[in-house]
Design a binder for this molecule. Sequence first.
Ligand code: MRU
Length: 353
Amino acid sequence: METIQPILWENGVLKLLDQRILPHSEDYISYQNCRDVADAITDMVVRGAPAIGITAAYGVALAVKKYTDVDVNRWQELIEDDLIYLSKARPTAINLNWAIDEMRKLFSQCNVLNPLPEVQALAIKIHQDDIDNNRIMGKLGADLIRESITGEIKPAVITHCNAGALATGGYGTALGVIRSAWEQGLISHVYADETRPWLQGARLTAWEMVKEEIPVSLLVDGAASHVIKTSQQTDAPIGWIIVGSDRIAANGDVANKIGTYGLAVNAKYHGLKVMVVAPTSTIDFKVASGNDIPIEERSNQEVLNFAGSKQSAKGALARNPAFDVTPAELVDAIVTEKGVVLKPTTDKMLNLK
Ligand code: MRU
């Protein structure tokens, strides 16, 4: 049983740990309606690409329940508007549409007059598979860190946003690697960018690390390059940037939380390695390169305000792109449950198909 459970499915009810108020309160909100689930994704009650996918799978199960109750002979037709609404909850994380597609594939194969048991079972499987995959990736990523250690010195690592238990079914992708590496004594320290404007690093990653007594230091996002550079002269140099992803293109370009691209450029300049940890459900082979990945632009109020109160100069405008794309050439390793791709290219990525 995972210690941090962002998503619960109990007797046909979906319960989401409200990530907007962590770490101050640990409250679950219950959902019984697919459209409410979609709104919860848009509003960041649940966030992180794999967690969004799992939540969407349960959202589909709720919609199937609703429309089979309305008319068991027409549920496949009646459900359509809700599924379209759900599919638009957030645009960048491909896991959302991956999960809806997986659920849809079952519609044509299941017992159409009594689909609910099979539909619910598939959502639960998508959830459990995600946790199992994270354990596999945790080990593979930690192996890469071990192989990179030449002498006595254990590297420190930087992570950006939250790619932990909270962003997945449990255990985490990037934080899964960090958990596994810490357990094996392979890393000395974790730096977490605070990640403006939602503070996923300060609120969520730090909370996860502190809970497990993994030493973590927060950095304001702009401090990373200075800390990377100056750490190189110490006995705990930062050696790896380890992040998750919302969507990986067929050529290995990686969309992740805004600021990841800058970190990767920094890593190149200072000779650090960049590890992206994501399940294959995050790879979108339909997009050739990162140029084709839709980047979510959220409300400018999230930037103009801080902790709910206005801090910026009246009259100032703001942009709020939520993600950026790191070119494959800046990525040293993509770690998936099907294996590791070093220095990704379109040809190498095909091995994960
Ligand atoms: O806006 P968010 O909090 O949903 O962004 C999340 C990220 O950028 C994560 O790094 C990504 O989804 C991978 S989570 C395992």
